[in-house]
Design a protein around this ligand. Structure first.
Ligand code: SF4
Length: 184
């Protein structure tokens, strides 16, 4: 069967061109790569890397993220994503991603695997010990109720509400060196 340029243009995108060219009916999908978003649920979220707060859409199937794209409806990024957010998939599934707590004792060269419970308890105990040792109620006759033995550097991964809770917790402890990391 002869295929003219006009036939090609008319049939393009419908799969008909395949029939015209070969005489054999072949689904057009067989000639296209399967979309990563086919059959997935779309979950809206916010990129946690920096303070810009771009909207993202994650395609999820069987509990696994199969694709990440910018949210075209989001007023901040309107579908665009920088290279960090575009690399989300590599971060989520990377075989070298740490999934367990590793602890290196002061002066030690080796890392030990620990449980999350152990790490949480250890952190809480060290915070209390340091606060108790460095807390001052007054300084030069002025009430200060503060410790300069602790500092907090908030994570770019946390949301506004978590930032609020972090600030409340740190102010309650008397921490004055309090920063947030989003701009890094
Ligand atoms: S890291 Fe990039 S995609 Fe993520 S919020 Fe910042 S600018 Fe947007």
């Amino acid at each position: 069967m002869e295929l003219t340029r006009r036939d090609f243009v008319k049939g393009a995108g419908t799969g008909a061109v395949v029939v015209a060219a070969t005489g054999v009916e072949t689904p057009a999908e067989a000639y296209s790569p399967r979309l990563k978003t086919t059959g997935t649920a779309r979950v809206n979220s916010i990129c946690y890397y920096c303070a810009v707060g771009c909207g993202i859409v994650a395609s999820v199937a069987d509990g696994k993220v199969t694709a990440i794209e910018g949210d075209r409806e989001h007023p901040i990024n309107r579908g665009a994503l920088c290279s960090k957010a575009q690399a989300y998939l590599q971060v989520l599934d990377h075989p070298q991603r740490l999934t367990k707590v590793l602890y290196r004792a002061p002066g030690a060269a080796d890392w030990q695997e620990k449980s999350l419970d152990w790490a949480m308890t250890e952190i809480a105990q060290r915070i209390k010990t340091t606060r108790d040792a460095t807390f001052r109620e007054t300084e030069e006759g002025v009430t200060v109720n503060r410790t300069e033995g602790l500092a907090a550097l908030g994570s770019a991964v946390i949301a506004n509400e978590e930032c609020y809770l972090l600030t409340k917790l740190m102010r309650g402890l008397g921490v004055v060196w309090l920063e947030h990391q989003a701009r890094i």
